[in-house]
Write a protein that binds this ligand. Structure first.
Ligand SMILES: [Zn+2]
Length: 562
């Protein structure tokens, strides 16, 4: 029987009084999905992340969900009609969930120059010139990902470094951590150079100036708005192109779920449109931003949009980042006496926001990097009377005073941490905070051992998208060259099991989704990844050679696709 429109099923299925019609309807009422042929994935090494059967050889999938796991023969006996897929001994893990990332930024980053990994200002200029070749007259040249710590001269750059190459074209470049922006003189002119010159530093921001008091073109945290307001917005068509590229990239790295750390209305509408058009290939757990998206969703109590979008939390910023010395510290920076960083939200504003979120039943996810930011988070949550089952979160929990570590477990605050931040920052983090405070920095194991819960992510595009890099960083605390020997503060390393939990079941828990995601168990979505090697047994550096062969979402292959 050809499928009838769904709406017809729904209206006729209530007409149960006519027996002849009922007979027809019983056939017609079977949703297409339920009558599909099951698929048996067999002959694999399948890490289920289930406590009952951690490793199995076969998975039975039907209508997008896992029906059973176990040995192939038993599963085949239960579903002899199943289509069979031979995994040829390959390793399978649950679909990876990045518990803190920025799909929206990844999408726009794919529209701008990618400056990550650049080793010099000359190299940055080269990449900008490549992008400029595709720009129309007058358009801004945008880029993201520079990091002066990677250059021979690690001073902050200035507008003069790029003025000669781009005298008329406005250039606006975001630092790798998103907490500092670098403009050339053309950009400053368009943004109103005199106004900027005469502006005082805004609260939570800094206009970097030279000895003569002239803005150097560098803007820290809240001062960025002085220029970013002048940048013309991308067109919707551009943004869709960027989102498509971001989705393809995530599928390539085995990501089936992302917790979006800050989503605005326009982005959420774009996501819904992609879902409606059946081209949204991840499950997005979106944290709203304080403002219109938080107000709208919080008031309407919209939680789920199908199985691909969930909105029930809010992301707040307490402080900046360590690299740009914007992280709020309890004492001075070890390498910058007199500087204790910046709070981006005042304690009073933060208290009010947290109250507002709790009142509409929202999970509160706060960005805290420095020990002062982390303490303010814990104090505010505690004073608000949070309960552990509300699963409020500390996004980053990066430098935590030793006496505050166990408070995560006590209050039931989930530490949402990013292993690659440790291996990116380890070259200079101790310069910033000294040998004492570094003991509570990137301290995943201390959080776990004090009874706390972790959720792991990447913070892409601040870090690379590939979650297996995060897995590697979590278990080795080394860079790709296996430096330092034995790992950086190796006492904080996770086991492979703990690290994989952080990117699967524990990430699902942090999004209230452990009933349907995070492990390969009957009833859950068939989201899984086939790997080229075994990350659970490969020796240290060999883990980095393992790549994603296939990514499946809800029983459908999303990578590779034709
Ligand atoms: Zn982030």
């Amino acid at each position: 029987m050809p499928p009838l429109p769904v709406i017809l099923f729904q209206s006729r299925c209530h007409m149960r009084q006519v027996s002849v019609l009922l007979f027809v309807l019983i056939c017609a009422c079977q949703p297409a999905e339920e009558s599909s042929t099951p698929t048996l994935f067999e002959n694999g090494v399948i890490y289920t992340m289930s406590e009952h059967a951690p490793v199995v050889e076969a998975l039975l999938v039907d209508a997008g969900r896992i029906i059973a796991t176990g040995d192939a023969q038993t599963l085949l006996d239960s579903a002899p009609e199943a289509e069979r897929v031979d995994l040829q001994g390959q390793v399978v893990i649950p679909g990876l969930i990045d518990a803190h990332a920025h799909v929206r930024n990844l999408a726009t980053m794919r529209l701008a120059a990618d400056l990550t990994g650049t080793q010099s200002i000359e190299e940055i200029i080269q990449r900008l010139r490549a992008l400029e070749a595709n720009l129309t007259y007058g358009a801004w040249l945008l880029g993201r990902g520079w990091d002066q710590n990677d250059w021979a001269n690690t001073d902050f750059p200035s507008r003069h470094d790029i003025d000669a190459a781009f005298p008329d074209r406005p250039v606006w470049l975001e630092r790798i951590d998103g907490h500092a922006m670098w403009a050339n003189s053309a950009a400053l002119r368009l943004a109103g150079e005199e106004t900027i010159q005469n502006s005082a530093d805004p609260a939570g921001g800094l206009i970097v100036r030279d000895a003569a008091g002239e803005p150097t073109g560098l803007f820290i945290d809240n001062a960025e708005q002085l220029v970013s307001g002048a940048v013309p917005p991308y067109s919707e068509a551009d943004l869709e192109r960027g989102l498509e590229a971001a989705l393809m990239e995530m599928a390539r790295f085995g990501i089936t779920g992302v917790h979006e750390a800050g989503a605005d209305m326009a982005f959420l509408e774009r996501v819904k449109r992609f879902i409606d058009e059946d081209r949204f290939t991840i499950r997005l757990y979106a944290m709203t931003e304080p403002g219109p998206s938080f107000d709208a969703y919080c008031n309407n109590h919209l939680i789920d949009y199908g199985d691909r979008l969930t909105v029930r939390s809010v992301k707040m910023y307490l402080d900046g980042a360590l690299g740009s010395r914007g992280a709020a510290l309890l004492e001075d920076y070890s390498d910058d006496p007199g500087n204790r960083g910046l709070l981006r939200t005042s304690p009073e504003d933060y208290r009010v926001l947290v109250r507002q979120a709790l009142d509409c039943g929202y999970q509160v996810n706060s960005h805290a990097i420095g020990d002062a930011g982390n303490r303010l988070l814990l104090d505010t949550y505690e004073a608000a009377g949070i309960e552990p089952d509300q699963r409020h979160r500390n996004e980053h929990a990066q430098i935590v005073a030793l006496e505050d570590i166990e408070r995560h477990a006590k209050l039931g605050v989930i530490a949402s941490m990013q292993p690659t931040h440790a291996t990116s920052d380890m070259y200079w983090a101790e310069d910033r905070v000294g040998p004492g405070r570094i003991q509570g920095a990137y301290a995943w194991r201390s959080i776990l051992e004090s009874g706390g819960r972790l959720a792991l992510g990447s913070d892409f595009p601040v870090e690379q998208v590939d979650p297996l890099l995060g897995f590697y960083a979590a278990v080795t605390r080394q860079d790709a060259a296996s430096w330092p020997e034995g790992g950086w503060y190796p006492d904080q390393a996770l086991t492979r099991e703990e690290a994989l939990r952080g990117f699967t079941v524990d990430a699902a828990y942090a999004g209230f989704q452990e009933e349907s995601l995070g492990s390969l168990e009957p009833g859950k979505w068939a989201d899984f990844v086939i790997l080229s090697g075994d990350i659970m047994t490969a020796p240290g550096p060999d883990m980095l050679d393992v790549s994603v062969v296939e990514t499946w979402l809800g029983g459908e292959q999303v990578y590779p696709v034709d």
